[in-house]
Design a protein around this ligand. Structure first.
Ligand SMILES: Cc1cc2nc3c(=O)[nH]c(=O)nc-3n(C[C@H](O)[C@H](O)[C@H](O)COP(=O)(O)OP(=O)(O)OC[C@H]3O[C@@H](n4cnc5c(N)ncnc54)[C@H](O)[C@@H]3O)c2cc1C
Length: 490
């Protein structure tokens, strides 16, 4: 089918105002923040999609997917456009982007059953603002909260700043509606728990648009008690002490909403006004007063146990102020891109991994040593460090952060700078049994390691693709490694 015939067919499903073929918008849709510098410099090496469409219902998504499936046309589901790993990048000559912009209704906020149901294109911030007016919260607060939308947040298995208390999105999703490439609309009902076979929500949560299109989501609600929140901050000797304190708090059953430790370098960029060149450990206790009091006692006891590694406590207000300015607005994202257009030759990336308590510090030090010693452009690094920000009973994450000056052509940046650093982090993590991917998803640029990440269980992931998307029309190149995509990776 040629492109004109394809567009004519789209007009049989959608009205004119639901089909976008504006070149600027198509160029924008060709890649996400992974290649933000090359994109800003207008040197993207990937094809632009044929059209962006804006369905208004699950039925319209279904008709479109049936058409694309019958004609082997690639589709890329899209919501808030904050993807960082290439999940929105296009690797096919004929691609349709399905944007959730018109799936924008908050359907129900039910404060008796403690659930909120929204369409996929509702920004999390909008839902959170409505819930808070009623004295409730979703408990979900990723740094992209002002921009990311519910469909994308579920599709990437996102996690927020309060995860130690509320969990990741997988702990929040009660039920959902999604559409498969054969047009089937599946609705997973909202119940508190069930033992009706495997938990099929988890086929959808984290699928990154490779199995189905999410149209509606129901998440839990929690009572919100901002007046009780208490913040703690400490300067500490090293990151290992911080990890030990985090472990002590969590394994004793306490659930602060925020529990984080920052390396010296990362602390410098987050807490420049008080870090004094040291690592920083922070907590926030949240919830009803009795729980906050107990959590504070748990934090203080853990800090006391490791007091030899604690340098000084700082005013909790400093941590509260830091939190108030943590999230990124659309304006912040646009300003960064505008800076690059105007010749700002500096970029920053993150690679977030997880491992058990015993292993996480080893991975951290192995990675930092290897990057400093092996990365040929180490002299261009302006920052290399990380923080642990999401803790569990059996381990925690490490969010490596690396910024550098770009001394090469824009189209070579990812190959020369990002790929070698990112590879060291992934290799060191997999070597010691951790996960290469704590929250941003696999996208297209961790597919080199998908098979190694899953080992013998990759069989299960592969069978899901064969069952739900046998023609491979859903987000080609994402999660599942593709030979054809290697030219974009290396
Ligand atoms: C400044 C910044 C801070 C961030 N902070 C965090 C953080 O704290 N925690 C975190 O987890 N992530 C974070 N991220 C990453 C990103 O925000 C998350 O991955 C988020 O969940 C993406 O949501 P989105 O609506 O923007 O999705 P998009 O970017 O539109 O899409 C992301 C992926 O999901 C798929 N997808 C989108 N919509 C659908 C749908 N309706 N059905 C099926 N598949 C779909 C896409 O194909 C793509 O693969 C951050 C990103 C930025 C830019």
């Amino acid at each position: 089918m040629d492109n004109q015939a394809l567009l004519n067919s789209l007009k049989e499903i959608f009205s004119e105002d639901q089909i976008n073929t504006n070149y600027e918008d198509l160029y924008d849709a060709a890649a996400d923040r992974y290649k933000k510098y090359a994109k800003a410099k207008k040197v993207l090496d990937v094809p632009v999609p044929i059209a962006i469409v804006y369905p208004k219902s699950a039925e319209e998504v279904s008709k479109l997917l049936v058409f694309c499936n019958e004609n082997s046309i690639n589709v890329i589901p899209r919501s808030g456009k904050t993807a960082t790993e290439g999940g929105l990048e296009n690797w096919k000559e004929q691609t349709i982007v399905i944007d959730a912009k018109n799936l924008n209704k908050i359907i129900r906020i039910d404060t008796y059953n403690m659930e909120a149901t929204v369409q996929a294109g509702v920004p999390l911030q909008e839902l959170e603002d409505e819930a808070r007016k009623l004295g409730y919260t979703t408990g979900h607060s990723p740094q992209s909260k002002p921009v990311a939308k519910m469909g994308g947040l579920v599709a990437t298995r996102s996690i927020g700043q309060f995860s130690t208390l509320y969990g990741g999105i997988e702990d929040m999703v009660v039920g959902l509606e999604c559409v498969f490439p054969d047009g089937h609309i599946a609705r997973i009902k909202n119940v508190p728990r069930r033992a009706g076979g495997p938990d099929i929500r988890h086929i959808v949560i984290g699928n990154e648009g490779t199995l189905c299109y999410i149209t509606e989501v129901t998440v839990k609600l929690f009572k919100f008690f901002p007046e009780n929140s208490k913040f703690y901050g400490y300067l500490i000797k090293d990151i290992d002490t911080g990890i030990k304190v985090l472990r002590e708090v969590v394994v004793n059953g306490y659930r602060p909403s925020i529990a984080r430790v920052y390396s010296e370098e990362d602390a410098r960029q987050h807490f420049y006004h008080f870090h004094k060149g040291k690592c920083v450990l922070i907590f926030m206790a949240e919830g009803n007063r009795d729980i906050v009091n107990a959590t504070c006692a748990g934090i203080e006891a853990a800090v006391e146990k490791f007091k030899d590694g604690i340098i000084e406590q700082v005013d909790g207000q400093l941590i509260s102020d830091w939190y108030d300015h943590l999230n990124w607005s659309q304006q912040d994202i646009d300003d960064e891109i505008q800076g690059m257009i105007e010749n700002d030759r500096h970029d920053g990336f993150t690679t977030e991994i997880s491992a058990n308590w015993e292993t996480i510090s080893k991975i951290y030090h192995n990675v930092i040593n290897r990057i400093r010693n092996e990365f040929p452009r180490a002299h261009d690094l302006t920052m290399l460090g990380g923080h642990s920000s999401h803790s569990y009973i059996n381990g925690t994450n490490m969010y490596f952060v690396y910024n550098y000056n770009i001394n090469c052509a824009p189209e070579d940046e990812m190959r020369i700078y990002h790929h070698p650093i990112h590879s060291i982090i992934v290799e060191e993590t997999l070597k010691l049994g951790g996960s290469m991917c704590h929250h941003h998803g696999i996208g297209k640029y961790r597919t080199e390691w998908t098979k190694e990440e899953h080992g013998s269980a990759y069989y299960m992931l592969e069978k899901l693709k064969e069952a739900f998307d046998p023609k491979g029309i859903m987000n080609f190149g994402t999660i599942y490694p593709q030979e054809e995509g290697l030219k974009y990776i290396k």
